[in-house]
Design a protein around this ligand. Sequence first.
Ligand code: G6P
Length: 612
Amino acid sequence: MCGIVAYIGEKEAYPIIVEGLKRLEYRGYDSAGVSILNGKINTVKKKGKVLDLENVASSVDLEGNLGIGHTRWATHGKPDDLNAHPHHSDDDNLTLVHNGIIENYLSLKTFLTERGYNFKSETDTEVLVNFIQEVKNTEKVTLEEAVRRALQKVVGAYAIVVFDKSEPDKIVGARKSSPLVLGVGENEYFLASDASPIIKYTKKVVYLNDEEIVTVPRQGEFSIKTIDNESTTPTIHELDLKLDEIEKAGFDHFMLKEIFQQPFTIAESMRGRINADKGWVSVGGMRPYTNRFSKTDRIIMVACGTSWHAALIGEYLFEELARVKTEVEYASEFRYRNPILSEGDVVVALSQSGETADTLAALEIAKEKGCLLYGLVNVVGSSIARMTDCGSYIHAGPEIGVASTKAFTSQVTVLTLMALNMGYERGTISESEYHSLIYALSDIPAQVERVIAKNEQIKYIAGEIRSASNALYLGRGYNFPIALEGALKLKEISYIHAEGYPAAEMKHGPIALIDMYMPVIVIATNKSAYDKIVSNIQEVKARKGIVIAIVTEGDEKIKKMADYTIEIPDTLDPLTPLLSVIPLQLLAYHIAVMRGCNVDQPRNLAKSVTVE
Ligand code: G6P
């Protein structure tokens, strides 16, 4: 969480930093700040969004061509002006921004307090900047050396950028478990949490590795060292990202744009991996490990949030099509419970950002046990993409709305391809089923388009239930994870309490909540359990619940029972989630807009969760 932007070069730093912070606001948005070094240090910090910062910044002198900025998601200390970054050292020489958590900050703070340091904020970041200052003063070393020595004693996660008034021609950055990208321009450099603030100025980037420290001079070449003082030779990557991919393109919100992009993004995630005419599926990332995938007895999927819901669909797909035992784990639980792992296991990590701290930590554990690590990641060059043995990018393009939509459908698409690929290799799927699924899958983008065309009808239903305080989502089989995902979408952006349940479990608890005020969204497209779903709808209606049913086109039976129905095109059961999730995304979106919520930046959430 938290976004960092830094600039050193010949241009005015402030506009570049503020524009970059706006692009990174998805990482956190409870306060923001900028410091510019121009002989003296000018800092402005403000609780709230980057826009609030801009309002106060207009009256401050922020001229200069070296600066750092930050948009915060609070960990240590409440979100207010004082705790906002950047933070200065006690003697006002050093200025630092930080993303992550310094776990041993209390012992460092006690040490520094005994040495006479004063603290203005409650943050671990202010402890870190003072600790670097202490090392610099006592050991009489350069800024980069002080950073290196200080970080050797730091426990925790960090991406930092720091400058020093007494060494005014450089900035120093470092990372461990939180991302940091260096942009290499013409006579200018950028540092940022991701490439989006950089892309306008240069396509050349270096992704810093864990425990690397970069020294970026005003003129000349940058250099990278490890925390153990070894110089490294950086690889400069060419960014494959276009500016319009990170703009709203006429939509009111990023989330709506991303929902509407899904016919295209699902197709992108299949590109080169499926051929419906010739009837084959081939997932490049699996190819070098075909043997491992064919022989494995067990797949473990680790993920968080929406990615965890995609993984749950993966479990249904892998078990049904490839007949391989599949377990889905919350990364945060898996990492702390001493899981039983063996070398033959394949661990698949799903992550839109590729930076989620718990998912990364789960992978570390699996790596130690010799499992094969497979990454299903959206952000190219992210930490998970780099630390896994193999994997597939889902190619959904930048997802900026905090509530994940298009990344979810792309994850599910690639999981379907993987399960088909594996099922074919293992001989667990019949030729006819294999071909029917390939054929139906290649039709999904056009079918998603047809669901999106129902936007106005879904908006109308949203208007009918917008005032609800609770909502229940029910689904069976492949649609059970969609019930969870639908409920998550609603609660994260509209703040309506919502729960997803396997439809049959309703009678073991949630049925007690049903009354005439309770909207119950039932995903009722399963061919295999149709009659059972119909019974569940009757149970809800008998208790006067408001039923919104997602049904297959032409379903007249449920239409007669439900208060509202949304039809989706017919497809095979394993592919239904790719269609049934779309109306739930739109429903949540419209309800949130109608309730006046900030759809793209819901309260307390952040898109990239790089803390535990
Ligand atoms: C946060 C985001 C969610 C996301 C989850 C996992 O909670 O708000 O949208 O699903 O993190 O993120 P990942 O990047 O690992 O998929």
